[in-house]
Design a protein around this ligand. Structure first.
Ligand code: FE
Ligand code: FE
Length: 400
């Protein structure tokens, strides 16, 4: 039995790691490749916003999942403390007394191998497979020959697949809502869901997730809200990413029936008021906010904008106002008074909010629907705000 050992911090593991693993399995003719996330690397500190050990293990399982011959092992994480490769090799030797062991490493690691902790024992128990660029080959083979002569080392050279990205650069990408192409689908979803590395979900990915959850007939509306929210955010100086994400996700539970709405509330521990218990359809703002929060790693600001998009509330944030209005005036809408509301939204956001709330309450009255108390409060609040602003037209300019 021939076993490969592929260690690393895998913080996060990406498609480059997966490629290197596949390459090693093929080149060495391995029966099994053990992928072993490090507990604590001996020579470097993990960055502060790093994923926890359990999370790195789970990420590795998701990344290498389905790769034939590869198996993720918690061996070093279970041992804890500094992860010395020689200890790992010794442990594997005990577990597999008859196996041929191959340790896979990069060129830099190999060239400093002699300084490693218990390198003699390590070289006795395992062959070394050096995965490096073709132009490093000669230097590595020279060192390999020296190690063979002096210490009986067995060394093989594997052509490294072209490096696509480092984990460090990938973490930067994730913070900028990029980098999805370097991760497997499952790894990406896990990182976003668990808010690892300060990741923000790519808008394209959020759109795909939303489309999966939406009634196809609602998709144009949702994309319209995204567009309108982005325009309003640009006009009023809100975070454009937040506006787009909240627009995309605002109706993600709209398709759920009453029973499903109540199930979601149960699952996420959402509080329900009496009116909502009677008309669970009203819940889609709350359940949408909770689903976005728990599954798509959105920020609190985005969660709240989704949360209040149907009723509004007192003292709304800029983003909450934008989503409320974008939902109302997006390009696919058509109703009496829309043009006026649309124009106002770009001239005076608070006046537009007041008008929007008023129009929606009027419509409810006409259709004999009991308005939600939050809408009444929202209207009263914004009216007072506007009165106050009119009473002190020069406030903020400075005392005379
Ligand atoms: Fe809605
Ligand atoms: Fe909507």
């Amino acid at each position: 039995m021939r076993i490969g050992i592929y260690g690393g911090t895998f913080n996060p593991p990406h498609t480059g790691h997966r490629k290197a693993a596949r390459e090693a399995i093929g080149a060495l003719g391995l029966d099994k490749l053990l992928v072993i996330p490090t507990a604590e690397p001996p020579h470097k500190e993990l960055p502060e916003e790093s994923a926890g050990p359990e999370q790195r293990l789970e990420l590795a399982r998701l990344c290498f999942g389905g790769l034939e011959g590869a198996e993720v092992s918690p061996l070093e994480l279970e041992r804890g403390g500094k992860s010395y490769t020689a200890d790992t090799v010794a442990e594997l030797r005990r577990l597999y007394p008859e196996a041929e062991l191959w340790l896979i490493m990069g060129g830099d690691m190999f060239l400093s191998l002699e300084k490693w902790y218990k390198s003699g024992e390590l070289l006795r128990e395992a062959g070394i497979a050096v995965s490096a660029r073709a132009d490093e080959r000669e230097r590595i083979l020279a060192e390999a020959e020296k190690l063979r002569r002096e210490r009986g080392a067995r060394v093989r050279f594997i052509d490294q697949p072209p490096i696509i990205i480092s984990s460090t650069a990938l973490r930067d990408c994730l913070r900028r809502a990029e980098g999805r192409e370097y991760l497997t689908e499952e790894t990406y979803a896990y990182i976003v869901k668990n808010r690892l590395y300060g990741a923000r979900a790519e808008l394209g990915w959020l759109r795909e997730q939303a489309v999966k959850l939406l009634d196809p007939r609602r998709v144009p509306h949702v994309l319209g809200v995204e567009q309108e929210a982005v325009r309003l955010a640009e006009r009023w100086g809100a975070e454009v990413y937040d506006a787009a994400a909240a627009g995309i996700l605002h109706d993600i539970t709209k398709k759920c029936n009453d029973k499903e709405q109540l199930q979601l509330c149960e699952k996420y521990g959402t509080m329900i008021d009496n009116l909502e218990r009677e008309i669970p359809k009203l819940l889609h703002a709350k359940t949408g906010a909770d689903l976005a929060w728990h599954e798509f790693g959105v920020s609190p600001a985005i969660r709240e904008a989704i949360r209040w998009h149907t009723t509004g509330r007192e003292n709304m944030s800029l983003l909450e106002k934008i989503i409320y209005l974008a939902d109302y005036i997006e390009p696919n809408r058509s109703f009496e008074g829309l043009d006026r509301l649309r124009a106002l939204a770009y001239e005076d956001l608070d006046e537009a909010l007041r008008l929007g709330l008023q129009m929606s309450l009027d419509e409810m009255e006409e259709r004999c629907i009991v308005p939600h108390p939050n809408s009444l409060r929202a209207l009263r609040y914004i009216e007072k705000e506007l009165d106050r602003k009119r009473a002190e037209p020069y406030s903020g300019i400075g005392a005379i």
